[in-house]
Design a protein around this ligand. Structure first.
Ligand SMILES: NC(=O)c1ccc[n+]([C@@H]2O[C@H](COP(=O)([O-])OP(=O)(O)OC[C@H]3O[C@@H](n4cnc5c(N)ncnc54)[C@H](O)[C@@H]3O)[C@@H](O)[C@H]2O)c1
Length: 431
């Protein structure tokens, strides 16, 4: 099938490449000229395991193309996915200006029947606006709007796209249903077909539910910490219950990234605007914000005065295996440390190039040991697997004081204490 993906970011680039891998001819469009120029030279703008190879393979086999030319992309495609960003506005509403721009452009260039699919995460009823804007800009050509929310996770995006738990299709015509089911059939995943409003809500509700699980376990961790209970065991004991499940029950510094914070906010806002109370999600947000403050408080507990202290931070990306810094907890922690007059040395395996722009005062180091060397304390913020393999005795030697604040419960507390560290973690017994 000939398809176009508008917006060549984390979702657009991965989806486009995977659709090409499935045998479709895919044109990825972006209005960022540099991005397209780079992609046409084989330079991948994001870090995502396996993506570079898959892009190269499908470009070589002439199934994957990158362009700024929206007109040609629209004209040549039967199905057009919108995968542009939907960032939060200051009031928490999703900013839909890119969706509106693309709806206008696609409509203008439509030469025959198209299915225009919202793949971006959007508030319920966005489809009505997309349809309205498209009709305003083109009243001649027949089209359908559909919703196909994306559930891939950065860091395992290709695997998630190719082996999804489910595919959700929100459609309102048999023609659109047939085309989209055909596109996704090769994945052999369960396909949930529903109306467009339901599909839009499924995405917001899923992300909000996962964020709720994270905040829930963090709130439980704080109770554990007061009474000497162990959150890891509590989570294990809860998670083995099939009705609860063990995923997303990991206590730590809370969620960040480009999706959960903005999607929870946007879901609260759209529910409010529809006259529905969703205060439970406001509490989810509150717990999440407090979790960052709690980690900062632990750093203060360990060092008292932070002015002129040297702090080594490991991990800046919002989670391992990505270079995405959007709403990354490390950014907040580093800003809080610098506001108190601390000097930060940091290392992240993939996110440092972007981080340098956001954190100009941080001393970025070439490896984890360099970042730790001579520091008053080490703060571990992102659980990159390679950090687990670091030599604890070497860390102890390199630090000025053997203080570790572990915001992800990565290390074994008993071992840390045995080695003589002052070790601060989340929700686990102190001895
Ligand atoms: N990142 C994720 O893990 C993830 C997962 C599931 C869903 N989503 C959702 O998917 C959407 C895209 O997210 P992302 O992380 O890929 O965003 P992104 O910021 O990485 O990419 C968006 C791209 O759209 C391009 N763009 C913006 N306006 C354009 C226009 N008018 N014409 C052409 N291109 C335009 C931008 O240049 C950019 O390259 C969001 O709604 C997000 O919530 C993201």
């Amino acid at each position: 099938m000939n398809i176009a993906i508008v917006g060549t970011g984390y979702v657009g680039l991965v989806s486009g490449t995977c659709f090409a891998e499935l045998g479709n001819t895919v044109i990825c469009v972006d209005n960022n000229a540099k991005k397209i120029e780079d992609l046409n030279k084989g330079i991948i703008p994001i870090y995502e395991p396996g993506l570079e190879e898959l892009v190269a393979k499908n470009r070589k086999e002439k199934r994957l193309f990158f362009t700024n030319d929206m007109k040609t992309a629209v004209e040549k495609s039967k199905v057009i996915f919108i995968a542009v960003g939907t960032p939060p506005k200051l009031d928490g509403d999703a900013d839909l200006k890119y969706i509106e721009q693309v709806s206008r452009d696609v409509a203008r260039y439509m030469n025959n029947y198209k299915v225009v699919v919202e793949k971006s995460t959007v508030p319920v009823q966005t489809n009505k606006w997309v349809k309205y804007i498209m009709r305003l800009n083109n009243h001649k050509v027949d089209f359908d709007v559909a919703s196909n929310p994306e559930f891939l996770k950065e860091g395992s995006a290709i695997e998630d796209f190719m082996h999804p738990d489910r595919v959700v299709l929100g459609v309102e015509s048999e023609k659109a249903r047939k085309l989209l089911v055909k596109l996704y059939e090769p994945l052999k995943a369960p396909i949930v077909v529903t109306n467009i409003q339901s599909a839009e809500i499924i995405k917001h509700a899923s992300n909000s539910f996962l964020a709720t699980k994270i905040s829930f376990i963090n709130a439980v961790a704080n109770v554990c910490e007061q009474v000497g209970a162990d959150i890891e065991k509590v989570a294990e004991g809860m998670g083995l219950d099939k009705r609860i499940g063990s995923s997303f029950l990991k206590a730590g510094i809370g969620y960040g990234g480009s999706c959960f914070p903005k999607d929870v906010q946007a879901f609260i806002r759209i529910a409010q605007s529809l006259g529905c109370n969703f205060d439970i999600l406001k509490e989810v947000e509150k717990v999440n914000e407090n979790q960052r403050k709690l980690v900062f408080k632990k750093i203060e507990q360990a060092l008292w005065i932070l002015n002129d202290k040297k702090i080594g931070v490991l991990g800046i990306a919002f989670k391992p295996n990505t270079d995405d810094l959007r709403s990354a907890p490390a950014i907040d922690i580093i800003n809080m440390l610098e506001a108190e007059g601390a000097h930060v040395k940091a290392f992240d395996p993939k996110a440092m190039a972007h981080a340098k722009e956001l954190l100009p005062n941080v001393d970025f180091c070439k490896n984890a040991y360099e970042a730790i060397k001579g520091c008053d304390a080490l703060v571990l913020i992102t659980e990159w697997p390679e950090f687990k393999k670091l030599s604890l005795t070497k860390i102890k030697k390199l630090l000025k004081h053997p203080i570790v604040i572990d915001a992800r419960n990565m290390f074994d507390p008993a071992k840390m204490r045995k080695l003589g560290f002052k070790y601060f973690d989340i929700g686990r017994p102190k001895a």
